[in-house]
Design a protein around this ligand. Structure first.
Ligand SMILES: Nc1ncnc2c1ncn2[C@@H]1O[C@H](COP(=O)(O)OP(=O)(O)OP(=O)(O)O)[C@@H](O)[C@H]1O
Ligand SMILES: [Mg+2]
Length: 357
């Protein structure tokens, strides 16, 4: 038997659950001339969801992780590579003749890999425009290319006014759908919801939530009952209560429990505690390092939240201090907010409760 839980990489098929409404909504957008903006904290399942929606739509697509982009030349090169993956090089190479910054293309003898570079571009706007226009040129009204920009907020940082330039180019296009993904809530909101931003209301905005309890319960329970014969319902409840239905941490804990039950034959009543402790132990150094990087206010707030108390009700901390510390820690991903503020990582939360007096 194989562990039926998967965490850390994109999930699909038997590892993917729910998101039915979200898939329908994305599908509607991809079959319209509109663009999609998808925001959620880290590891909620943005990339998996979009990959599944785009694959099911059967549209050609180009996916670019903006964390790999440090300058416009990088972006242009990744766009071109994406285009050449969709269309044979011979058929469209003539379109490169119009490029104002000439690309250098090298192909391995077997044709299985391609490198595209640009001389350091003096005309950055022209390069961006030519690369994005190439995508539009090779796209087809009836089979529109989808361009996915993952971690889009990173892109804004690479150059001043780059958002203005990009927006002015892609707003003229009519044959490409763009999907912007981002995990930095505050920056993504700033890009797409601030009135003065060039990308203000540029597409339909979706905020991805955790996976609903009932669905995740069924998913975990159906898989765990193969290896836990008694009380698997209760164990599933305890898993979800510990992880608060966070997609990644739920899969991680369930995978560890499954291994402990199947390979180590740990008794069912010990499975939860043993597995949680194992995971905490494996991250001990990391948690210690993160904890040491916090200032005193951050530490106080994270401790309060770990105990599920409310930091704004703490008389010792001025509201403005609490606010700016929470903002900073949300930006770094240590805290998230759904109905209330919470420590993002349930294992770190437990580590704090146990180690910090
Ligand atoms: N629909 C789902 N069903 C079950 N598990 C899921 C689902 N979506 C995500 N997960 C779990 O969450 C993990 C992270 O998913 P994914 O990488 O798609 O999220 P992300 O939001 O793109 O993360 P990141 O912020 O790191 O880019 C997966 O490896 C999987 O364990
Ligand atoms: Mg992702």
């Amino acid at each position: 038997m194989k562990n039926p839980f998967k965490f850390g990489t994109l999930v699909d098929n038997q590892y993917f659950t729910d998101r039915i409404e979200e898939l329908e909504q994305i599908n509607r957008i991809l079959n319209s001339p509109n663009h999609l903006i998808l925001i959620s904290p880290r590891r909620f399942g943005k990339s998996s969801l979009v990959k599944k929606a785009v694959t099911e739509s059967k549209h050609p697509y180009i996916s670019i992780n903006m964390q790999q982009v440090t300058c416009i030349e990088d972006l242009a090169s990744l766009l071109l590579k994406g285009v050449f993956r969709l269309h044979p090089w011979e058929k469209i190479k003539h379109l490169l003749a119009n490029f104002r910054v000439m690309p250098t293309v090298s192909i391995t003898p077997l044709g299985d890999n391609m490198e595209i570079g640009f001389q350091t571009a003096s005309n950055i706007s022209a390069l961006l425009e030519d690369a994005l226009s190439l995508v539009e040129k090779v796209s087809d009204e009836d089979n529109r290319i989808i361009v996915i920009f993952d971690e889009f907020q990173e892109f804004i940082e690479i150059e001043k006014d780059i958002d203005k330039k990009m927006r002015s180019i892609i707003q003229e296009q009519s044959k490409v759908n763009y999907i912007f993904l981002g995990s930095e809530e505050s920056m993504m909101s700033d890009i797409f919801e601030r009135k003065k931003s060039p990308f203000y209301h540029f597409g339909q905005l979706m905020r991805l939530k955790k996976i609903p309890y009932n669905d995740f319960h069924k998913y975990v329970n159906d898989r765990i009952k193969d290896v836990v014969t008694d009380n698997h319902d209760k164990l599933t409840e305890e898993i979800l209560s510990f992880t608060s239905c966070h997609p990644y941490y739920t899969q991680q804990l369930a995978a560890t429990i499954w291994d402990n039950a199947y390979y180590k034959k740990i008794k069912s009543e010990d499975l939860l505690t043993t597995s949680i402790n194992q995971i905490i132990q494996s991250h001990d150094l990391d948690f210690e390092r993160i904890w040491m990087s916090f200032n005193n206010t951050d530490k106080k707030i994270v401790r309060i939240l770990s105990k599920e108390e409310k930091p704004y009700e703490n008389k010792m901390l001025p509201t403005s201090t609490v606010y700016s510390s929470i903002r900073k820690m949300m930006k770094k991903g240590f805290l998230i907010k759904e109905d209330k503020y919470e420590v993002e990582d349930p294992f770190f939360r437990k580590w704090i409760c146990e180690r910090i007096p």
